[in-house]
Design a protein around this ligand. Structure first.
Ligand SMILES: Cc1cc2nc3c(=O)[nH]c(=O)nc-3n(C[C@H](O)[C@H](O)[C@H](O)COP(=O)(O)OP(=O)(O)OC[C@H]3O[C@@H](n4cnc5c(N)ncnc54)[C@H](O)[C@@H]3O)c2cc1C
Length: 473
């Protein structure tokens, strides 16, 4: 017999499960349909496992450099099996946590593939959902008042560079490598490519990054991407920008070889393995969009600012709608969508207030406009920059590379953007995000007393530097 719900969510990733918890707290009878594991990409194939591996790489690097802190160690060796076990145990712990949260919220979880059958006389608003159950039992039919599509995304590849899971990997397979290769070519110098380049180089792998655009991390402020290039080179990573991969030239035996056109010249790249990190495609196949009036443009589902699709009772959030494909964006969108369904009148999200982080070594974080984007908007800008080299705590940590850069409006003094590269900056960006939400000026950030010695002093100093008033630089 069909089950009735106030809300059925397709996909139990970060967006879907957070939305389910909010819905349950608002008193909505809620179900999630998940074809793999609750927690989705972020927990099983993204944020968490990649950061666990990055942390091991960081500890390995620091142990090798322990001598500079006055600690002598025998030459440290890497046990990659243990590194992978540690990663998996973190993922398993968090996975259990999410399962527990579903039970606590009395959220029904259907393990299977969900498909929208479209509005009918039985389900006039959002349409029936059919669930093809993983256990092979008869399909479940769910009748919701509202549907939330949160089916996420999957790795893209390039024609001719098909993922075989062994020699040519996406980040999904790379996370499960049983042993490290001696060398790797990474196609794509965006966020995922640079996190992997940093991690593998710190583990001692010879890394080459091929990026089609003139800069790695092309969405970041150009000063940040230049500094990251410097830092990658310092680690021994070969970075080739303006590289147009020629996929037809891919040859595989026990290693991979491929050609790319760089500045009009054809260059050959050879390595034990290849990682393709060229973006992610929305999971919209076979979910029944054709049974609805929902619209897809450029491969992603279209919504309004409350994440309603053209079918007003069907919402969509997270990676499947494109934009900033980040876990905290997916979950925030999920909360807004659910509150909108429950008539709670939520505030639409302002993308200028969304922080973005890269967990390479050094880390990167940003919020708001880059200097270039601000200028392209016709704004006259003033910039304050402060290096970690001049921050006591950075010296104490032995991590002095990088800086904080603040972009402000010259006419109004408004804060436009904050960009950081350096130690622990992913833990420091929330101050800047709060400043954006509160519409603070750099002067107000500078007036905020930053305790000494902390890395966050670099933010206060950069804010003072906007008007040339920095103290230590
Ligand atoms: C290597 C990597 C590192 C990343 N690191 C970070 C990071 O550090 N910080 C950050 O903010 N973001 C990071 N991301 C991005 C982040 O993982 C995504 O933005 C986030 O997972 C999106 O959440 P979502 O709920 O939209 O989709 P997903 O997490 O992809 O969840 C979608 C879920 O829907 C399920 N599903 C799909 N179709 C169906 C169907 N028809 N029926 C039932 N279930 C279905 C899938 O199995 C999946 O579990 C990273 C991504 C990758 C790949």
């Amino acid at each position: 017999m069909a089950q009735e719900y106030d809300l059925v969510i397709l996909g139990g990733g970060t967006g879907g499960y957070v939305a389910a918890i909010r819905a349950s707290k608002l008193g909505l009878k809620t179900a999630i349909v998940e074809k793999r594991e609750l927690g989705g990409t972020c927990l099983h194939r993204g944020c968490i496992p990649s950061k666990a591996l990055l942390r091991s790489a960081e500890v390995f690097k620091q142990t090798k450099e322990a001598d500079q802190y006055g600690i002598s160690t025998e030459s440290p060796t890497l046990n990659f099996t243990k590194v992978q076990e540690r990663k998996q145990s973190i993922v398993d712990t968090l996975h259990k946590g999410v399962q527990g949260l579903m039970k606590k919220g009395k959220i029904d979880v259907y393990e299977g593939f969900g498909r929208i059958l479209g509005p009918s006389i039985f389900s006039p608003t959002a349409g029936t959902i059919s669930v093809e159950m993983n256990n092979g039992e008869e399909n479940e039919m769910l009748i919701p008042k509202n549907v939330l599509v949160a089916t996420g995304s999957s790795p893209k590849s390039l024609p001719g560079l098909e993922i075989d899971g062994e020699l040519v990997m996406s980040s999904d397979e790379a996370l499960h490598m049983e042993e490290l290769p001696d060398s790797i070519v990474i196609v794509g110098g965006g966020v995922i490519g640079i996190e992997w380049a940093s991690m593998l180089a710190d583990f001692g792998v010879k890394v080459t990054v091929l990026e089609y655009l003139p800069h790695i991390l092309p969405t970041e402020d150009e000063d940040i991407s230049r500094e990251m290039l410097k830092q990658m080179k310092k680690k021994g990573v070969e970075v080739v920008t303006g590289a147009q991969v020629l996929p037809d030239t891919l040859q595989k035996d026990s290693s991979v070889q491929m050609k790319a056109e760089v500045d009009g010249e054809t260059m050959t790249f050879k390595a034990d393995r290849m990682l393709v990190s060229v973006g992610r495609a929305a999971n919209i196949k076979n979910i029944g969009l054709e049974n609805t009036d929902m619209q897809v443009e450029n491969g992603v589902i279209q919504t309004n600012e409350y994440y309603q699709t053209k079918e007003s009772h069907i919402y969509a959030i997270g990676d499947v709608i494109g934009g900033m494909q980040l876990a905290h964006v997916a979950s925030h969108e999920g909360i807004i969508a659910v509150e909108h369904m429950a008539d709670k009148k939520p505030h639409p999200m302002n993308h200028n207030q969304v922080p973005a982080c890269i967990y390479s070594n050094p880390e990167v974080s940003s919020v708001g406009l880059t200097e270039k984007a601000a200028k392209e908007k016709g704004l006259e800008v003033k910039v304050g920059k402060f290096p970690f080299q001049a921050v006591g705590k950075a010296l104490v940590h032995g991590e002095t590379d990088g800086f904080v850069k603040i972009v402000a409006d010259k006419k109004t003094d408004d804060l436009l953007g904050v960009h950081m590269i350096g130690p622990h900056v992913t833990d420091m960006i929330s101050e800047a995000a709060l400043a954006q939400v509160l519409d603070a000026t750099p002067w107000e950030i500078a007036e905020t007393i930053h305790p000494h010695p902390t890395l966050a002093e670099a933010i206060g100093e950069a804010a003072m530097a906007v008007d040339g008033n920095q103290i230590h630089g």
